[in-house]
Design a protein around this ligand. Structure first.
Ligand SMILES: [Zn+2]
Length: 173
């Protein structure tokens, strides 16, 4: 049993590559000198993994601090769940399957950790960056995941998830 971190944000990224998956990004991140894959989850686009497939990264299993959203106080790494969608959303749209998986994953996480929609962010909401690209509509995800989770921005105490019905391949805890 690993104790859950007190997650407070969800931070959405794109990979800025046309192909990839958790294994490829793990290699890239290690090559930069990081300990391992910086994100908690990776959502495939049908290249290295199936379209819309959610890969659970090793950090999530260990509930380890993230390496995906560095800021001076590091709060988005310490308390932000990093989700990366494979693709370069500066030039292409996420696939419908990726959006569906992202929405369900975010709803599950929001419900489980009582994260309100206003704390579901794009990487660029945390620092000056283009990530997750012009074609990633974070506001839409915020609204749809909030509805699915049954949490709105004024309800700070949404019920914790009773089960994992929102997500078939739920992270093990
Ligand atoms: Zn990013």
């Amino acid at each position: 049993m690993v104790e859950n971190r007190p997650w407070r944000w969800i931070v959405i990224h794109h990979s800025a590559t046309t192909t990839g998956g958790a294994a490829a990004f793990d290699k890239m991140h290690r090559a930069k000198g990081w300990d391992e894959l910086g994100y908690d989850f990776v959502i495939g686009n049908g290249t290295d993994t199936a379209d819309g497939q959610i890969e659970v990264g090793p950090r999530w299993t260990k509930q380890k601090i993230g390496a995906h959203a560095k800021t001076p106080d590091n709060r988005f790494n310490e308390f932000g769940i990093g989700i990366c969608l494979v693709g370069n959303f500066d030039v292409e749209r996420p696939t419908p399957a990726q959006i569906k998986s992202l929405t369900r994953l975010c709803a599950y996480l929001m419900k489980t950790y009582r994260i309100t929609p206003d704390r579901l962010l794009g990487h660029k909401d945390t620092k000056p960056t283009e990530c997750p690209g012009v074609y990633m509509n974070v506001a839409l995800i915020r609204r749809q995941a909030g509805l699915l989770a049954g949490i709105d921005s004024v309800n700070e105490t949404g019920q914790a998830a009773a089960g994992t019905e929102l997500l078939t391949d739920a992270p093990r805890q």
